[in-house]
Structure formats: structure tokens, C-alpha cells
Design a protein. Structure first.
Ligand code: ADP
Ligand code: MG
Length: 292
């Protein structure tokens, strides 16, 4: 049983009083803890719509989300609030740090809202900043950080209440290559620690660094593959060019063909000999008489 199961999720937006736009037409998928899943799709394919539904920010959809056997739709307001605050951690492309709060306070804020003791908040926030290699910047303000550093602080904040699921909407979308790689490496480690991490991306390269790629197109899941099998499939499909066969292999192929055709001619000769012998032995005209 999947840890997080989506069953027939559908979502439409009202674009006018009479018109609706169907963005998610039928999304069903199961996710396990420890997976680093890429939700890959073109801009406008409905990725953010789906992540907002998964994060409990949008409850206006049809279909079911089942978390560890519990239907989200059966949650009371209070349970939903708990789900948003403690069970999922969200990361956004634009970091969403509070600009007039220090790095440390930005990480503590999520715990503050959950009513955790102040001393525990500080200790835990420092530990999390160490995880994302940002402990040196605990007293800095967000505007003193680079994009990559801001995103690492946002990851620490998302982990503050030890959520079961991390949802990241284009977390590397505004980052340079190096910062993006570091952010993906941190997300990979978080998944390896046993959490389910879902990363939204429109970049095939980012998707390739995940353990599974779920592609969304036209409001449905167009493809759902493990990254290793994506690679082996690509290898299997790659056409073999004539020039890529080595001389050794060419010689082996030629010898094989020759041997097979030799075997074929030997068999034909034997069959012919048996046939001729049979004809001679049974023909009264051709059989040589010992008395002659
Ligand atoms: P993605 O994240 O894949 O780029 P979105 O989920 O943001 O895609 O959007 C999918 C489609 O839904 C787009 O056509 C977008 O214009 C539309 N959409 C998104 N949010 C709203 C909204 N609040 N109201 C109406 N249409 C929306
Ligand atoms: Mg989006």
C-alpha cells in the first residue's frame, strides 16, 4: 500500500461565469516513503495545481488523497490545519522567506505556530541549518543571502516540524547550476532519511536526478518511470549504427554465417546421397545384377 495515494484527482477552474477549464482530468498514483519523485510537465500542465492540492492549500477538487490509510477529505478542519503545518513541508521557487526576520527566526516560525517550546525551537532550527550547511548565516537577514542560500534556509524551514512529506514547487527554478545541484543533493538526502519528497519541475535534467519521474500532460499522468529504467530503455532503443560494430564482431558474424551455410550444404548433400542411394537400390533398371 502506498504511503500517499492519489485516486482520480480532478480539478477545474472557473474561467468565467459559464466556462470552466479542466486542468487535472484524472490523476492516480501511489508514492512511498523514501522516494524522490519528480513531477515533470510543461508550464501550464497543472503541476502547481496538483502540489497545492497535495499540500492541503486547495481542497476544492474531486477524487481522493489517502495518506497512510486516511482519507484527507475525512479530516476535520483542525486535522487539516495540523496536516498543513506538521505533516507536509512546502518549498517554493521564490523561497517565500519573511524578509524582516533573521534566518534563524525564519526556520523557527513554523515551530512557533505549532506551539513548540522556545528553547527546543532554537536548538532544532540550528540543527536544521547545519543540515543545509547554513548555520554560519543564522543571524543574517534574507536579503544578505544568495538565491541558493535562501532556498537552503527554506528547506530547513520546511523540515522544522519533521513532516512526513516534502513538496517542492520548482525549487531550483531560479538557481544557477551549482546551487541547483546542491539543493537537489539535499533533497535526495532528505528522501534517503525516509521522507517522501516530491519535486515539481519542467526540467528534464532536474527530473533525471530523482529516483522516479511522473510526467503530467493534458491533465493526466502520461508516463511514470523509475529513473534507472528510463536510462536502460533509452539504451535499448538506441539504434545500432553499422559503423559502431567492431572488426572483431564483424568477423565473428561472418564466421557464424559461413558455418551455418556450410552446415546447411553438408545436410543437403547427405539428404541427396540418401535419396540417390534409395532410388538406385529400388530401381530394377539401375540395380546392378551380381549374375551379369
Ligand atoms: P504549472 O504549475 O504546471 O505551470 P499551473 O498548475 O500553475 O501549471 O496551471 C495550470 C493551468 O491552470 C494554467 O492554464 C493556469 O492558467 C490555470 N490556473 C492556475 N491557477 C488558476 C486559478 N487560480 N484560476 C484559474 N486558472 C488557474
Ligand atoms: Mg507551476
Amino acid at each position: 500500500m502506498a504511503y500517499l495515494q492519489l485516486a482520480n484527482i480532478k480539478k477545474e477552474y472557473n474561467i468565467s461565469r459559464t466556462e470552466t477549464q479542466s486542468v487535472l482530468r484524472d490523476i492516480s498514483a501511489g508514492f512511498k516513503q523514501g522516494e524522490l519523485v519528480a513531477l515533470l510537465g510543461e508550464s501550464g500542465s497543472g503541476k502547481s495545481t496538483l502540489i497545492n492540492i497535495l499540500g492541503g492549500l486547495d481542497t476544492n477538487y474531486t477524487g481522493s488523497i489517502i495518506l497512510n490509510g486516511e482519507f484527507l477529505k475525512d479530516f476535520t478542519e483542525r486535522q487539516m490545519d495540523d496536516y498543513r503545518k506538521k505533516r507536509v513541508g512546502m518549498i517554493f521557487q521564490s523561497y517565500n522567506l519573511i524578509s524582516n526576520m533573521s534566518v534563524l527566526d525564519n526556520v523557527k516560525i513554523a515551530m512557533k505556530m505549532s506551539g513548540i517550546d522556545e528553547k527546543i525551537q532554537t536548538d532544532r532550527a540550528i540543527k536544521l541549518l547545519k543540515v543545509v550547511k547554513m548555520e554560519h548565516a543564522a543571524g543574517k537577514m534574507p536579503n544578505q543571502l544568495s538565491g541558493g542560500q535562501k532556498q537552503r534556509v527554506a528547506i530547513a524551514r520546511a523540515l522544522a516540524n519533521n513532516p512526513e512529506i516534502i513538496l517542492a514547487d520548482e525549487p531550483t527554478g531560479a538557481l544557477d547550476k551549482e546551487s541547483a545541484e546542491l539543493v537537489m543533493l539535499i533533497l535526495k538526502k532528505i528522501a534517503e532519511s525516509g521522507k517522501l519528497v516530491i519535486v515539481i519541475t519542467h526540467s528534464q535534467k532536474v527530473a533525471d536526478s530523482c529516483s522516479r519521474i511522473v510526467s503530467i500532460a493534458d491533465g493526466i499522468i502520461a508516463q511514470d518511470v523509475k529513473v534507472s529504467s528510463v536510462k536502460s530503455k533509452t539504451l535499448r532503443r538506441r539504434p545500432v549504427r553499422a559503423g559502431s560494430i567492431s572488426t572483431k564482431n564483424t568477423m565473428a558474424l561472418a564466421w557464424n554465417n559461413l558455418w551455418r551455410s556450410r552446415q546447411r550444404s553438408i545436410l543437403v548433400s547427405i539428404a541427396m546421397a540418401i535419396g540417390i542411394a534409395a532410388v538406385i537400390s529400388y530401381s530394377p533398371y539401375l540395380r546392378a545384377s551380381p549374375t551379369m
